[in-house]
Design a binder for this molecule. Structure first.
Ligand code: GDP
Length: 258
């Protein structure tokens, strides 16, 4: 164990957090027995390991919109794909991560051409904006298109480090999100649940984000042998930004070293 890390008893972690149970995401390079409280990123189940670092975004360039998975960039740089229901806050999250207004230009209208947008960060890795799913008013044919189009990307993209599946933390679990999480799980696609709109802590008709998140994680847990990492964010308050970038850095650096 690193001398910088104080050993602490983690058995009380779930109760202290009031969130979802004892399952932490322990990244490569960390032994589960060595995990201490101060290694867990706030508002998440993610343990920070030795691969974390270089989490700052210095520049971001739009590279290309592709309408077929095979048209995507072929330069072997690692990438993270952002996926979520329409209106989940995906454009806001991308803009908030890169701290630029209107980087994410994905068309939001159902039935429009579906595009995979690649943004190159620090000239070394990609954020990929995928079409949103679950348009309330979309015709069945548009939904089917989404499915075959995006599934082709997931199953064939060798440089995909992790899917960031965005889930609205301000509403109770939605079937379409659970279906998507379960499909990714069944296909062994690496993923992180990014709960959005976690500033909406009070008021409204719904439950609080921590209850919504706990319920969501409870509903999907049977489909995962290893519990995926999850993190709370808000593009309004800035919650989770640095933590999410650190998490992405450790996955990416590990990927680069493999
Ligand atoms: P997209 O369709 O997934 O790209 O969603 P947008 O980023 O366009 O956001 C959809 C709506 O949710 C907009 O009205 C945003 O202002 C709002 N929104 C996005 N992120 C947040 C957030 O973190 N907190 C709150 N309260 N609202 C948000």
């Amino acid at each position: 164990m690193s001398p910088l890390r104080k050993p602490k008893d983690l058995r009380h972690y779930p109760r202290q957090q009031g969130l979802c149970g004892p399952v932490l995401f322990v990244p490569p390079g960390v032994k589960p027995d060595d995990v201490t409280d101060d290694m867990i990123l706030p508002g998440s189940n993610i343990v920070l390991g030795p691969y974390a670092g270089d989490a700052k975004i210095k520049d971001v360039d739009f590279v290309r919109s592709s309408n077929r998975p095979k048209d995507c960039p072929k330069d072997d740089r690692p990438e993270f794909a952002m996926l979520g229901r329409s209106n989940v806050g995906k454009s806001s999250l991308i803009n908030f991560l890169v701290r630029k207004k209107e980087v994410a230009l994905t068309s939001k209208k159902p039935g429009k051409t579906q595009l995979i947008n690649h943004f190159l960060v620090n000239k070394s890795w990609y954020i990929v904006d995928l079409p949103g799913y679950g348009f309330a008013n979309a015709p069945e044919s548009a939904r089917m298109d989404w499915s075959s189009f995006t599934k082709g990307y997931f199953l064939n993209r060798e440089t995909l480090v992790s899917v960031l599946l965005l889930i609205d933390g301000s509403v109770p679990p939605q079937k379409i999100d659970l279906d998507c999480a379960n499909w990714l799980g069944r296909n062994n696609i690496s993923m992180t649940f990014v709960f959005t709109k976690c500033d909406k802590m009070k008021g409204g008709k719904g439950r609080r984000p921590d209850e919504n998140i706990r319920n969501f994680l409870e509903l999907i847990k049977e489909n995962y042998q290893q519990h995926p990492p999850w993190i709370m964010t808000s593009s309004v308050t800035g919650l989770g930004r640095d933590e999410l970038l650190l998490h992405m850095s450790q996955l990416r650096n590990y990927w680069n070293n493999e």
